[in-house]
Write a protein that binds this ligand. Structure first.
Ligand code: SAM
Length: 227
């Protein structure tokens, strides 16, 4: 249960030096020295599973800090080990990716400030088929309010699934939400991140091996006139 893992009381409490030691050397005062702003986490892979997306994204965006959020303890430990092993065998690389064990449905605002994130990923999330379990889906109108809060205007939310019903659900939530707008096809085609959604993730690879169909919804965080 949740009591088994620590939860930062606010985004200031996230221990960045543990996640990204090369960016936050331990001997440097992290707080309040008024110097150049420290880098912040910019991408979140929600329900990251075994971390394939982070590993794929890391070299494409070497100056962006990214975090995977994963509920399962053993899976989180696996990703930690995977990242450490990659860092050890590729010095100077993979320093920008890390993972945290958490329940993303409860604690997103504990990790990120307003407008902090430029990309959020929801790749092959659990479908929760039954009507009474729809409230457990990681995309819902309520959770989109939270995601909109932590995303910067212009930021992009990527979703993909092999479950058609869930694909329709995620797209329709995003379409209904006033702070998100579909990214045009021409942009999707040239976005280097898009092909990773199915090629880099363990779930995506499984679906591809089985010749399954996938359903994407890729939306941009927009501003309201009044904002
Ligand atoms: N995104 C990965 C991929 O595409 O390979 C993993 C997909 S897997 C089907 C869904 C993952 O979401 C599982 O690893 C599960 O433990 C995780 N998960 C489910 N609910 C979660 C929650 N509330 N917070 C964080 N992770 C969650």
């Amino acid at each position: 249960s949740d009591s088994h893992f620590p939860i930062p009381i606010s985004p200031d409490d996230v221990e960045l030096s543990q996640h990204y030691p090369r960016y936050f050397p331990a001997d440097k005062d992290e707080h309040g020295d008024g110097e150049v702003a420290a880098p912040r986490i910019r991408f979140a892979d929600v329900g990251c599973g075994f971390g394939g997306l982070l590993v794929g994204l890391s070299p494409i965006f070497p100056d962006k800090l990214m975090i995977g959020m994963e509920l399962r303890d053993k899976v989180t430990e696996y990703v930690k080990e995977r990242v450490l092993a990659l860092r050890a065998s590729n010095p100077g690389q993979y320093d920008n990716i890390s993972v945290v064990r958490t329940n993303s449905m409860k604690y997103i605002p504990n990790y990120f400030r307003k407008a902090q994130l430029s990309k959020m990923f929801f790749l092959f999330p659990d479908p929760h088929f039954k009507e009474k379990n729809h409230r457990r889906r990681v995309i819902s109108m309520q959770l989109l309010d939270e995601y909109a809060y932590v995303m910067e205007v212009g930021g992009i939310i990527y979703t993909i699934t092999d479950v058609e019903e869930l694909g329709i659900w995620m797209r329709s939530c995003l379409e209904k939400h006033s702070l998100f707008e579909a990214v045009p096809d021409e942009e999707i085609k040239v976005d280097p991140v898009v092909k990773l959604l199915s090629t880099a993730t363990e779930e995506g690879q499984k679906v591809a091996r089985n010749g399954g169909q996938t359903f994407q919804a890729i939306f941009r965080r927009i501003s309201l006139q009044e904002e």
